[in-house]
Design a protein around this ligand. Structure first.
Ligand code: ASP
Ligand code: MG
Length: 421
């Protein structure tokens, strides 16, 4: 059997959903489980609701519902077979937002998960309309997680048993389910972290021993750089699992970082294919060995560089580094680059403003803390002489580091890079 994942861009309007159906029709020779994200930018819109009240809240929510209704009516010749479902989703969201008992994180998951519920109802209904046997399944009944809302951790044993029970259904019908969402043992909705639908596809594939997972994207495959930034970027035909996993670690957003591990462990290939041009071969991420990969360049914007200095002429030691890391880990903040000197410890991380400012305040009680924001971290993996020289000798570098295969430079601004191309 195969697992497909369609992201928000692939279901952002009626035409894209029709395209999804066309793609599916090509692949019904085998059982198929399809993971679908929320439509277009719905997740962002649902996130915004959490900060709104009363009239503004109703207005924004109505806009989300209208956006979906228009798509549905276009797919169903002016009719809306899901009007009742939309009404109940709307009233559930309003109800949840009034509920002051939940933590903000739990509330987030209850509300934001609804985007995936709507999108899958639409796709499933449309497939049925055009005569494709499809069954809508609630991913929350299959993906069991702990209660770390917003970044829930999967309980693999329990999820495995539940997901395997889908095998019979899959022999009779295409299964449509949601990415990104799961639930605790006691039935509370959780989410797996933003952009987590790729990971959901990998969970289903791993538990069902799928032949492959295909992620349909708006790019021809995995590319050597973001083509919007470096138009000369090339598409890889194939990549070893490890290489792809490392790319995601450095910030390549083409695949969610948690996706590779479950697939690599079970040796299930991941194919990244173009949604717009299905004749293109895409990229196959699998067990393989490639001797000479071209340089791979990853840009990570919105970085913050923090330097902690000791104030009394003692040197930075392990216990001080320990303090810094425990302050980071209690806030679930991850560092992207580290540099240590006698009296200063510097690290860069994503600038999640509220959490990072709180961190800086806490570290300021012990160290003299300096920080810069508005930085971009550029990682050049498998660099060659040209790429090494080009990126190393830039102006505006505030921190750099290189190993035998990877160069990382943290720079002050990005326009310089783009205009150099
Ligand atoms: N809809 C969720 C998000 O936008 C999950 C996903 O698209 O993968 O983050
Ligand atoms: Mg999305």
């Amino acid at each position: 059997m195969r697992v497909f994942k369609f992201g928000g861009a692939s279901v952002r309007n009626a035409n894209s959903i029709k395209k999804v159906a066309t793609i599916i029709q090509f692949y019904i020779d085998q059982p198929l489980l399809i993971v679908v994200s929320a439509m277009g930018k719905t997740t962002n819109a649902l996130e915004r609701l959490l900060n709104l009240k009363n009239g503004n809240l109703e207005h924004e929510l109505n806009q989300i519902i209208t956006y979906h209704s228009i798509i549905i009516e276009e797919l169903f010749e002016g009719k809306n077979p899901l009007a009742e479902e939309l009404r109940s989703i709307k009233s559930n969201i309003l109800e949840q937002l009034k509920n002051t008992d939940s933590t903000p994180e739990e509330l987030y998951d209850q509300v934001v998960s609804q985007g995936e519920i709507i999108s899958t109802l639409v796709v499933s209904a449309y497939l049925k309309k055009i005569g494709l046997p499809s069954l809508w399944k609630d991913a929350r009944k299959y993906i069991v997680t702990d209660a770390s809302f917003c970044e829930a951790v999967v309980n693999w044993d329990q999820s495995n048993n539940l997901i395997q029970s889908l095998t019979d259904v899959l022999n009779k019908s295409i299964v449509i389910t949601q990415g990104f969402i799961g639930s605790t043992k006691d039935g509370r909705t959780t989410t797996l972290g933003r952009e987590g639908s790729d990971f959901s596809a990998a969970i289903f594939a791993s538990c069902l021993s799928a032949e492959s997972v295909t992620i349909w994207k708006d790019v021809p495959g995995v590319m050597s750089a973001d083509p919007k930034r470096l138009p000369a970027a090339i598409t890889f035909e194939e990549l070893p699992f490890r290489e792809a996993a490392e790319m995601t670690y450095y910030g390549a957003s083409v695949i969610h970082p948690k996706t590779i591990k479950p697939l690599a462990n079970r040796n299930i290939p991941l194919i990244v294919k173009s949604f717009d041009n299905i004749d293109l071969p895409g990229t196959r991420i699998h067990k393989c060995k490639i001797d000479q990969l071209p340089p791979l360049i990853v840009f990570k914007d919105n970085q913050c560089l923090i330097s902690c200095q000791v104030t009394d002429y003692t040197f930075i030691d392990e216990s001080q580094i320990g303090i810094i890391f425990s302050a980071l880990s209690t806030r679930n903040l991850k560092v992207n680059m580290i540099q240590n000197s006698a009296i200063s410890f510097s690290f860069c991380l994503d600038f999640k403003e509220e959490k990072v400012l709180e961190l800086i305040e806490e570290l300021g009680k012990i160290f003299e803390v300096y920080y810069n924001t508005g930085l971009t971290l550029i990682t050049i993996k498998n660099y060659d002489t040209d790429s090494y020289n080009k990126y190393k000798n830039q102006k505006n570098v505030v921190l750099e580091q290189s190993s035998r295969s990877t160069l990382q430079v943290l720079i002050k601004s990005t326009p310089l890079i783009a205009s150099e191309q």
